[in-house]
Design a protein. Structure first.
Length: 149
């Protein structure tokens, strides 16, 4: 109990100390205020070994029209379409890849750091889904490595 309270306080202090610069296309209030400084170990599908910048494009960057459809259909908020999908649980991630094989055929482990942006659990269909909003001038590919082809 004390540990979790202390951890929340430290994360809050870290958030105040870190002044992120967000990409110009992010709407106001994006990332959401509930998002925390990015940290942890996550999984993401990539197409390249080693991972490259193009493996870390948001839905909005890949297709603004698809992002708008997701928003219109109530699947995601506009802000969520501008973040990157990560999964905290490997089996959950593998189920996602089985359903959506076009997202990539390699498994990358991703270890974002607090200065790289903010992250929030946004799981609906997949419980361990998180959205990572990457700060401007941050290279997410540098925080990833392929662990399985």
């Amino acid at each position: 109990m004390i540990y979790s309270r202390l951890l929340r306080i430290l994360r809050g202090v870290a958030a105040l100390m870190t002044q992120w610069q967000w990409p110009i296309h992010f709407p106001s209030e994006c990332p959401p205020s509930a998002a925390m400084p990015a940290s942890g170990v996550f999984y993401r599908a990539v197409k390249n070994t080693p991972p490259r910048a193009e493996d870390f494009c948001s839905v909005w960057q890949q297709s603004p029209q698809r992002a708008q459809r997701m928003v219109t259909n109530g699947e995601r908020t506009l802000c969520e379409t501008m973040g990157l999908s990560l999964y905290a649980d490997l089996p959950d991630f593998q189920r996602c890849v089985e359903l959506f094989p076009k997202i990539g055929d390699r498994i990358a482990i991703v270890k974002p750091t607090g200065g790289s942006g903010k992250i929030l659990a946004t799981g609906v269909r997949f419980n361990s889904h998180h959205t990572w909003w990457v700060a401007q001038n941050c290279n997410p590919a540098a925080m990833a490595s392929v662990i399985s082809n």
